[in-house]
Design a protein around this ligand. Structure first.
Ligand SMILES: Nc1ncnc2c1ncn2[C@@H]1O[C@H](COP(=O)(O)OP(=O)(O)OP(=O)(O)O)[C@@H](O)[C@H]1O
Ligand SMILES: [Mg+2]
Length: 263
């Protein structure tokens, strides 16, 4: 299962994710709160799909379902044709905040998943590989409080990658970062995705980010989230922010999100 990071392995470890007519609701005690309404998305191996939608519409819920942390009320989610029944290191969720253990070094933070699975001895060499991938070779022994926000988020991504996931579920991973760090991290994510080859769902509020990174952008309605638009971005990487076609798509997506197109 080891992946040689020094050899490009495009689409080596990836999967097909099928979200098939999924509806979900939360039980609030006195009533049900519907959050997803008949959502169908199919992501091909190695595809990066961005999810855009109003705050509170149900995007994080959809990622939790894909991670296997919850079961949908209706419909089914499948990994390579098999129903997703529980969390699995093949499918890893990365949150907006790095959520590192403050009392552990960077190396120990990255090691926790391997350690819990009893793979530390066998796969521990991967920690140095992923640290290199996220450009933090020199920080293995640092503690989280010694890191900037961008570095902490790189550690969180390294902690996900060390498991060699087939599916990365990214929940606004750069949402808390300043705009320059964000631009840098977008390029780094793109590089990682091209080098490693996982399938990815990327939740973002940033239309430009979605268009720069994703193969496909899906727009959700207000809660309960249903798909209101789907845009295929046919441009090769690297993409330019000032690309006329992308600017056109941006206006289109902003309109779908109900934002005036001259903003
Ligand atoms: N465990 C839960 N129990 C009850 N309600 C929940 C639970 N988790 C989320 N919700 C509700 O479900 C709705 C969708 O939440 P979710 O976090 O999926 O939205 P989101 O699209 O990710 O929003 P944001 O863009 O602000 O992160 C919200 O109204 C939220 O209050
Ligand atoms: Mg969310």
């Amino acid at each position: 299962m080891a992946l040689a990071f020094d050899q490009p392995a495009p689409h080596g470890r990836s999967l097909t994710l099928d979200i098939d007519r999924v509806s979900h609701a939360y039980d609030l005690g006195d009533r049900l709160l519907p959050v997803l309404d008949n959502v169908t998305i199919s992501a091909k191996p190695g595809e990066l799909v961005a999810l855009l939608g109003p705050s509170g519409c149900g995007k994080s819920t959809l990622l939790r379902l894909a991670a296997g942390l919850e079961q949908p009320l209706k419909g089914e989610l499948r990994e390579d044709g098999v129903a997703i029944a529980r969390p699995d290191p093949d499918r890893i969720l990365v949150f907006q905040e790095a959520t590192l253990f403050p009392w552990l070094t960077v190396r120990r933070n990255i090691a926790t998943g391997l350690d819990a699975r009893g793979l530390l001895k066998q796969e521990g060499h991967r920690i140095d590989e992923v640290l290199k991938l996220v450009k933090l070779e020199g920080f293995a022994d640092a503690y989280p409080h010694q890191l900037s926000g961008g570095m902490a988020q790189r550690v969180a991504i390294a902690r996900a990658l060390v498991n060699d996931p087939k599916l990365l579920l990214l929940d606004e991973p750069f949402g808390k970062l300043d705009s320059l760090t964000r631009l840098k991290m977008q390029n780094e994510l793109l590089q990682l995705w091209q080098d490693v080859g996982f399938t990815a769902l990327l939740v973002t509020h940033d239309v430009e980010e979605a268009l720069l990174l994703a193969d496909r952008v899906i727009v959700f309605s207000d809660r309960p989230a249903r798909i209101v638009a789907e845009v295929v971005v046919g441009k090769p990487h690297p993409r330019r922010r000032d690309d006329a076609e992308l600017i056109g798509l941006r206006q289109n997506l902003l309109e779908q999100l109900g934002v005036a197109h001259d903003v």
